[in-house]
Design a binder for this molecule. Structure first.
Ligand SMILES: [Zn+2]
Ligand SMILES: [Zn+2]
Ligand SMILES: [Zn+2]
Length: 983
């Protein structure tokens, strides 16, 4: 007769949450209800602090009504381990299942060393029949039960017979037991145990058992199976052996990870973890001499004794696998994951113990708490704490703290001693370890030699008084998710041909550089977060050639990336920002590739190339840096192309002190100072860049800045598009320079330069200014649609202007003034909205073979005293509107207003007390100032102040007066940029 509550087990048994046995059956009543509820949701610690008084009362009451005293009806106990035992007195207190109460409240704490209770042996008859049933029958059993009747035995025996035979002959008589015999020979006591004893009592009894007995019991019947798989039962059992707060799974070779029971795929994650880890031996002080029946766990008190054990590890391991066959599942048993020997190192501080590992053993810390490694500490003072050598191909070390703590005042040298050492031809996994070294020399972790290829992950290598991780001498390895911080020297050193793969590490707050690759170190660095290091985030030196991808390198106390002394490397798609110095430094013949990075918000520049640095800087987005986006200095010669350089607080590209560089197809815009500065002997080549929307000059050559500026688009600057001054002599060819809010090109203060075939248009002021002793050459440029003059030459400006087309400008096509003396040959100056060529203020010019036509005011207009050298010019079809206005009696203001300066005779009026800045046109003198005391001043550019209404008398020739405009005689003075304050 099945128990009334067994039907509920069928339902529960298939729940994802695991096989929790309810403390109370559905018929729970009275004062026990609350206890049952509390039990279901409470932790193991609270359930053990039971209200034992009520429990014992219930026990007593029910004992009297028990119809089957167990001791009378039980068959002779026969322990499978060979040790028989008599029925215990405790078993008389069997209770009826109608008296539910929270049994788990009075489960004694059996797990710390008490040998198996005699109660357990009462069930040995059952075990005797099921010793060969392996766990693999369990899911099958449950599945069968969902459709079959409770009492019908599933074909478990058949299903497991192959297991039994394959696992050897040490389980006699198993497959021969027939299902029929099992049922018909069922003794009365067994019947009672199987079907009538209450679940709660069974659970209590089971709680005295160990893992192997529980497995066997689970094969007796469906009910036993469910109770023996109770998750809480297994959690206690598990934690008594492994100490972990969460079940640890061995999912693959060298893979161990904790899984929260709720998110485990297993119904009973504790039991599953138990199964996976069962082969392990344990180093746990005080356990070596304890003997457990029905438990096959090997304990050692110390590391030293455990280390002696693996001498014939292979053989013993094989024995243990065989013995565990009944526990282990066949398919897992054959996998690598379950054949790797495991040694658990339990909580403790192991001083002066060390590990020398040259086989595929797994050493795992075992302790309670959120961070297991904190409670298992291996510390050594004299030499390396853990060493892996050849033969450790699939060794594993996890969940421990490794310390190397030498006496730094002693004279012993510890250059070659480490917390963790991995030498050639081995590939261990080091996982979830805390690594601390107080040695003031060397490194905490050293991976050295060809074939040294460890996996180091989830480790915390911090607060060491030396280098954190040192990979050298052609070593490799995979390093992932490590925390490397606050070390006295570099976080990571990679040198001497080493090629580590480092992913998603967190390298920060080092007291030196974050990652240092040097002496031909290589390596692949991906998605690392590198920040707040005292020196550069990533340093490359002396032939090193790392590949750095998708890293974030930021908030360094100096620069982000520092490449020097013939360093190279590929830096791709990194975020480099908020560093105190430049985001990237390149110097001393280094030649890295800097591609597709975001380089921004630096407290100095973006990329800084100096001291004969080179490099390929391309497709980067460089913005918001306090100094230049890219700075090229001291004979450096990089290739800079396809970058966006913008919104800098300084200039875009700054080339100085003999800097060079090929700067192509970049977009340089919205910078606070010049888009490009070229100075002090520099000779870069800039081609096909778009340089625009700067808050000062577009391209600025000064103090002997040279180089080539070809085919660029330069537009929309607040100052001139191009400025050339103080000895600078660039070649400027094929550019389009437009939309400036000042002039197009300004050459001044001794500036030179050759400007060829540029298009200069739509600038607010002159297309080209030539001033103050400058002497550029302009050939075949098109200078048009300016909102002021085409070319304005002032203040001793010179220049050679040949074959330029100068047209549709608002003011004079060419205005030559104030002691200037340019040479104009074969230019075409036409369609101007004022004069073609005007020469004034003691300037002169050489004009040869120019064509000057269809200009509004006139062709060639010369002020008083101006006598240019002219030869072969063609001046024709000009509209001569000034002469026409004069001869028709108009005031000249009518054609000029205050925005242009027609050239004609101008006068002053003593009667009207005009100043020497006032000018009055000839017709106003005749009409408005008729009879006044007037004087002729000269023939020159002016607009009429009488017509403008700025004089006291009313102009007779104008309508209403316009606004006072004592404005520009010349165009506005160009604004000059400041010299950058860099280095
Ligand atoms: Zn006038
Ligand atoms: Zn007057
Ligand atoms: Zn007038």
């Amino acid at each position: 007769m099945p128990s009334a509550s067994s039907s509920s087990y069928v339902r529960r048994s298939r729940r994802k949450v695991g096989n929790r046995i309810a403390g109370a059956a559905p018929s729970t009543n009275g004062p026990n209800t609350s206890g049952a509820t509390a039990h279901q949701s409470s932790s193991s610690s609270s359930t053990t602090s039971a209200s034992s008084s009520s429990s014992s009362n219930n026990l007593g009451n029910n004992a009297s009504s028990s119809p089957f005293p167990l001791e009378n009806s039980a068959p002779t106990p026969q322990n499978i381990n060979g040790g028989g035992s008599a029925a215990s007195e405790g078993s008389t207190s069997t209770c009826h299942h109608q008296s539910p109460y929270d049994l788990r409240r009075k489960i004694p704490d059996l797990w710390n060393g008490i040998s198996t209770s005699t109660i357990a042996t009462n069930f040995v008859p059952l075990l005797n029949t099921s010793t060969s049933f392996s766990l693999q029958g369990v899911p099958y059993l449950e599945e069968t039960l969902s459709t079959a009747s409770i009492r019908k035995r599933p074909r478990t025996a058949t299903a497991t017979s192959s297991t039994s035979s394959s696992s050897g002959s040490n389980h006699p008589g198993t497959s021969s037991l027939s299902q029929q015999a099992f049922e018909s020979n069922l003794p009365p006591a067994a019947h009672y145990l199987q079907y009538e004893i209450p679940d709660e009592v069974l659970l209590t009894i089971f709680s005295y058992l160990f893992e192997q007995d529980l497995c066997r019991l689970s094969l007796v019947c469906k009910r036993f199976n469910i109770i023996a798989n109770d998750t809480e039962l297994w959690k206690r059992l598990y934690q008594s052996v492994y100490e972990y707060d969460l079940p640890l799974f061995n999912t693959d070779l060298c893979k161990f990870s904790f899984v929260k029971p709720d998110s485990s795929e297993y119904d009973n994650p504790w039991k599953e973890s138990f199964r996976q880890l069962y082969r392990g031996i344990h180093v746990r002080a005080g356990y070596q001499d304890k003997k457990y029946k029905s438990r096959r766990i090997i304990y050692f008190d110390t590391i030293a004794t455990a280390l002696e054990y693996p001498e014939d590890f292979k053989q013993k391991q094989n024995q243990r696998i065989l013995r565990l066959d009944q526990y282990d599942d066949d398919k897992n048993n054959s996998s690598n994951a379950t054949s790797q020997p495991i040694i658990f190192l339990h909580s403790g501080h192991y001083k002066d113990d060390y590990l020398f590992i040259d086989s595929d053993v797994a050493w795992i810390g075992a302790a309670p708490g959120a961070n297991v490694a904190e409670h298992v500490i291996l510390e050594r003072e004299s030499s390396s704490t853990v060493m892996f050598f050849e033969g450790a191909n699939h060794a594993y070390l996890g969940f421990m703290t490794l310390k190397f703590s030498p006496d730094n005042t002693s004279t012993v040298q510890h250059h070659k001693h480490y917390c963790l050492e991995v030498s050639e031809n081995c590939s261990p996994t080091i996982d979830n370890c805390i690594i601390r070294s107080s040695s003031v020399v060397g490194a905490a972790v050293c991976v050295a030699g060809r074939g040294a290829n460890p996996t180091i992950r989830n480790c915390d290598i911090s607060e060491c008084e030396n280098v954190g991780l040192y990979v050298t001498n052609h070593a490799e390895g995979t390093y992932e998710h490590n925390e490397i911080s606050k070390n006295a020297l570099a976080g990571i050193w990679v040198k001497d041909g080493a090629k580590p793969v480092m992913r998603e590490n967190h390298i920060h707050h080092g007291r030196d550089v974050g990652i240092f690759t040097f002496e031909n170190g290589e390596g692949y660095f991906e998605k690392n977060d590198i920040h707040n290091n005292r020196i550069a985030g990533f340093e490359v030196k002396a032939g090193a050639n790392p590949t750095v991808i998708n890293c974030e390198i930021h908030h360094g106390q100096t620069g982000g990336i520092y490449v020097h002394e013939n360093g190279s490397g590929q830096f791709i798609e990194n975020k480099i920002h908020s560093n105190n110095f430049a985001g990237v430094w390149i110097t001393s013949n280094s030649n890295p590739t800097i591609r597709k990075n975001e380089i921004y918000n630096g407290h100095q520049g973006g990329v800084y190339i100096f001291g004969e640095g080179r490099g390929l800087i391309e497709h980067n987005n460089i913005y918001g840096n306090a100094l230049a986006g890219i700075q090229i200095r001291t004979n450096s010669d990089p290739i800079v192309r396809h970058n966006k350089i913008h919104h800098g607080q300084h200039g875009g590209i700054y080339v100085h002190e003999k800097g060079q560089g090929l700067i192509e197809e970049n977009e340089v815009y919205s910078n606070t100072l010049a888009g490009v500065w070229i100075t002090t002997g520099s000779t870069p080549v800039l081609r096909r860049n778009r340089i625009h929307s700067g808050k000062q000059v577009g391209v600025y050559f000064y103090d002997n800045g040279h180089g080539k500026l070809e085919d660029n688009d330069i537009f929309n600057h607040l100052y001139s598009g191009v400025q050339i001054r103080t000895g600078s002599n660039p070649m400027i060819r094929g550019n389009k320079i437009w939309g400036g809010q000042n002039g197009g090109v300004l050459v001044y203060n001794g500036g030179l330069g050759v400007l060829e075939q540029n298009e200069i248009f739509d600038n607010a002021m002159a297309g080209v200014w030539i001033k103050t002793d400058s002497n550029p050459t302009l050939k075949r440029n098109k200078i048009y649609d300016g909102r002021d003059g085409g070319i304005c030459i002032f203040n001793g400006g010179k220049g050679v202007l040949e074959e330029n087309d100068i047209f549709r400008n608002t003011q004079a096509g060419v205005l030559i003034s104030t002691q200037s003396h340019p040479v104009l040959k074969r230019n075409r100056i036409f369609d101007g909205l004022a004069a073609g060529v005007e020469i004034t203020n003691n300037a002169t010019a050489t004009l040869e073979y120019n064509q000057i036509f269809n200009n509004k005011f006139g062709g060639l207009c010369l002020a008083s005293g101006v006598h240019p050298i002219t030869r072969g010019n063609k001046i024709f079809n000009n509209q001569d509107e000034v002469e026409k206005a004069v001869s028709s009696g108009q005031c000249l203001y009518k054609i000029s207003s205050y925005t242009s300066f027609p050239m004609h005779d101008f006068f002053r009026c003593q009667t009207c007390n005009t100043t020497d800045r006032n000018a009055i046109c000839v017709n106003c003198i005749k009409n408005c100032h008729a009879g006044h005391d007037v004087e002729f001043i000269r023939h020159d550019r002016f607009f009429c102040d009488c017509g403008a209404g700025t004089l006291t008398n009313q102009c007779q020739l104008q309508g209403e007066p316009t606004q006072d405009t004592d404005t520009l005689y010349d165009s506005a003075a160009p604004m000059e940029s400041h010299t950058p304050m860099v280095n």
